[in-house]
Design a protein around this ligand. Structure first.
Ligand SMILES: O=C1O[C@H](COP(=O)(O)O)[C@@H](O)[C@H](O)[C@H]1O
Length: 232
């Protein structure tokens, strides 16, 4: 079957952060219902940064079928799971600690591998293969939903402008040791993974990000990482 063309982006705006938080929780539950109806489970990928705090509306949300969730982290710092730089930890504080997702369905990095970033990335890729290969014969994993952020330079996940990882075509999970902001050592899912998901949503807040958002939407030819996420 020929590849589907990328779907055009749909933009929603919210007057306050609280409205964004409520709307995001409702959206995630709808995506969950759709995924469970069609595929019997719900796989979600979460990015670092302010996203975690914006997911707090999931706590107390009705009709969440937590037992069907498989949670992955689309990028993660090579830090202990208790560090404030840990993506897992941020989401734990925001909502994971208070909802009944079976622990085996929350897929963290292996903290025993923090001293070997290459092995850390390989082991996380194996977790993805273990989950997706059973249900999906495709070349890449197909997340039901990935929730992404947009960094100040147009980066997403830990894919930074001009970085060689933007050209990665084979690995599902890659590593870098030169992130220009925050913890330098990270692992990140690659563009093919983001491009093959059923839904990708950028959650962006703060008026200071408006100019970059315009660039991402209006100048895709600039090739910034956010613009390159184009699921069919
Ligand atoms: O470094 C990163 O920053 C971006 C944006 O974070 P935010 O706190 O401004 O929302 C994030 O999406 C990315 O995953 C992370 O590695």
């Amino acid at each position: 079957m020929p590849a589907q063309p990328p779907a055009p982006p749909v933009l929603y705006t919210f007057p306050t952060n609280d409205v964004l938080v409520d709307s995001l929780a409702n959206f995630v539950v709808k995506a969950q219902n759709d995924a469970i109806d069609k595929r019997g489970k719900f796989s979600i990928g979460l990015s670092r940064g302010s996203l975690a705090a914006n997911l707090r509306g999931l706590v107390g949300q009705q009709n969440v079928r937590w037992e069907k969730w498989e949670v992955f982290f689309v990028d993660e710092a090579a830090v202990p799971l208790t560090s404030e730089d840990s993506n897992y930890h941020s989401n734990y504080l925001s909502f994971l600690s208070t909802v009944p997702i079976p622990p085996s369905q929350i897929h963290t990095i292996d903290p025993s591998l923090l001293d070997n970033i290459e092995e850390l990335a390989d082991e996380y890729e194996k977790q993805l293969i273990g989950h997706f290969a059973a249900s999906n014969a495709a070349r890449y994993p197909t997340f039901d939903l990935v929730l992404l952020g947009m960094g100040p330079d147009g980066e997403t996940c830990s894919l930074f402008p001009g970085h060689e990882l933007l050209e990665e075509k084979d690995a599902w999970v890659a590593y870098l040791e030169d992130a220009p902001r925050g913890p330098p050592k990270r692992i990140t899912m690659t563009l093919p993974v983001l491009t093959h998901c059923y839904r990708a949503v950028f959650v962006v807040s703060g008026s200071e990000k408006a100019p970059m958002l315009h660039t991402i939407l209006d100048e895709p030819q600039a090739g910034l990482p956010c613009s390159r996420v184009q699921p069919a």
